[in-house]
Design a protein around this ligand. Structure first.
Ligand code: COS
Length: 382
């Protein structure tokens, strides 16, 4: 693994950093306070090629690769985690369609995701009764002539109120012949489809500028050509997409934690108690040292997984390690940042308060820490 960036990676990083610091950061507190979906900011990211970083150029993407994507995610998340997660899911949807889609599906959806013509893409896998165990899903897609009719409910759908296209998983195989994960297929459903009902926006602890809704599929009819990949082959598409998605969420956690660490270092320099800067006390120094070490270790794991994916090597275990370690470490770092800021850290005046609320979900979504441990342990025992 190279520790120096290529010209393209350095350019993507700088482009994302400049836009995030200049344009996204000033909006972040208001997006959180007002629970506002960052439509204009997402368009700005699309204009810079950051909504489809690892989608081939012929489909409208940047074709800049997986590590570039992780670098861009870190920069955006360091300024606004809500904007970053919306960007992450749209990038993931673009990649899934680019990888598994037919020529028509790729050419119809990828350019719109990349350009911002679609405000976002959405990933509809989880259900009220099927979170860590998506093989237990109940949503069905029944073949009727030249169509499939989708019936069921989905839960925790990021950008569900705004998405131009949804990647939706549904059961197509009979229980007897295709039990559990074997009978699941994947479909592309356009935003505003008849029978697609978007529920009430969740009132969340953090990531309040990102949109999270339940969906109801009330006899949503899609043409047979909306099937993505093979019939009953959808579970593997979900797993492969999530492997890549976990790299993105680890980068998001790293960005959020980096922001908290940078603010803590500044605060340790500025804040004076007992006649000196609190950064002169060993108690604070050790906290900053541990935070910086965890952050670097998380970034190395993330970049290793990204490098393997980019080289088309197996990376499932490494992506789970990156997601597990980055999210758990980031929760600790963001928590310590509030401690260092004392009473001020507990107020909304300081971004460390928002960072702590935003980071909490990273050990839960895109596969809980417990699921990541299952993936890692299975790879050891296989
Ligand atoms: N890539 C490709 N194929 C994979 C895969 C991967 N990373 N992981 C599993 N598969 C395949 C398996 O090889 C198996 O194939 P066969 O049916 O041909 O044998 C099939 O998928 C089922 O795999 P497995 O038996 O391991 O499935 P489980 O039901 O035990 O689930 C976990 C495995 C727990 C890892 C999976 O359900 C998971 O990731 N859960 C979390 C879901 C998640 O992240 N949800 C968040 C949604 S976004 S907020």
């Amino acid at each position: 693994m190279h520790l120096t960036l290529t010209e393209t990676q350095a350019l993507v990083q700088k482009t994302a950093r400049d836009f995030a610091q200049r344009t996204i950061a000033p909006e972040a507190a208001a997006l959180d306070r007002e629970e506002r979906f960052p439509r204009e900011l997402l368009q700005g990211l699309a204009d810079l090629g950051l909504m489809a970083v690892n989608v081939p150029e012929e489909l409208g993407g940047s074709g800049a690769g997986v590590l570039s994507y992780a670098l861009a995610m870190e920069e955006v998340a360091a300024c606004c985690a809500s904007t970053a997660v919306t960007m992450a899911v749209t990038n993931m949807v673009g990649e899934v369609i680019a990888h598994f889609g037919s020529k028509e599906q790729r050419e119809l959806h990828c350019p719109k995701l990349a350009s911002g013509a679609y405000a976002a893409g959405a990933f509809a896998l989880s259900e009220p009764g099927a979170g860590s165990d998506p093989g237990g899903m109940l949503t069905t897609a029944t073949r009727e002539g030249d169509s499939y009719v989708i019936r069921g409910a989905k839960q925790w759908i990021t950008s569900g109120s705004h998405a131009g296209v949804f990647v939706v998983w549904a059961r197509t195989g009979a229980k007897e012949t295709h039990p559990g994960t074997r009978g699941v297929s994947c479909f592309l459903v356009e935003g505003g489809a008849n029978g697609l009902k978007v529920g009430r926006h969740e009132d969340k602890m953090g990531l309040r500028g990102s949109n999270t809704v339940p969906l109801e599929f009330d006899d949503v009819r899609v043409p047979a050509s909306a099937l993505l990949g093979e019939l009953n082959g959808g579970f593997k598409i979900a797993m492969m997409a999530l492997d890549g998605g976990r790299i993105g969420i680890s980068a998001q956690a790293i960005g959020d934690a980096r922001s908290s660490l940078e603010k803590s270092v500044q605060y340790a320099r500025d804040r004076k108690q007992f006649g000196k800067a609190i950064g002169e006390f060993q108690g604070i120094q050790w906290k900053l040292a541990d935070m910086a070490t965890k952050l670097d270790a998380a970034r190395l794991l993330c970049h290793r997984a990204a490098t393997l994916k980019e080289a088309k090597q197996p990376f499932s275990r490494e992506a789970s390690m990156a997601k597990l370690f980055a999210s758990e470490s980031a929760v600790e770092i963001c928590n310590e940042a509030v401690q260092i800021h004392g009473g001020y850290g507990f107020t909304k005046e300081y971004a460390v308060e928002r960072n702590l609320r935003d980071i909490r979900v990273t050990t839960i979504y895109e596969g809980t820490s417990e699921v990541q441990r299952m993936v890692i342990a299975r790879s050891q025992l296989a």
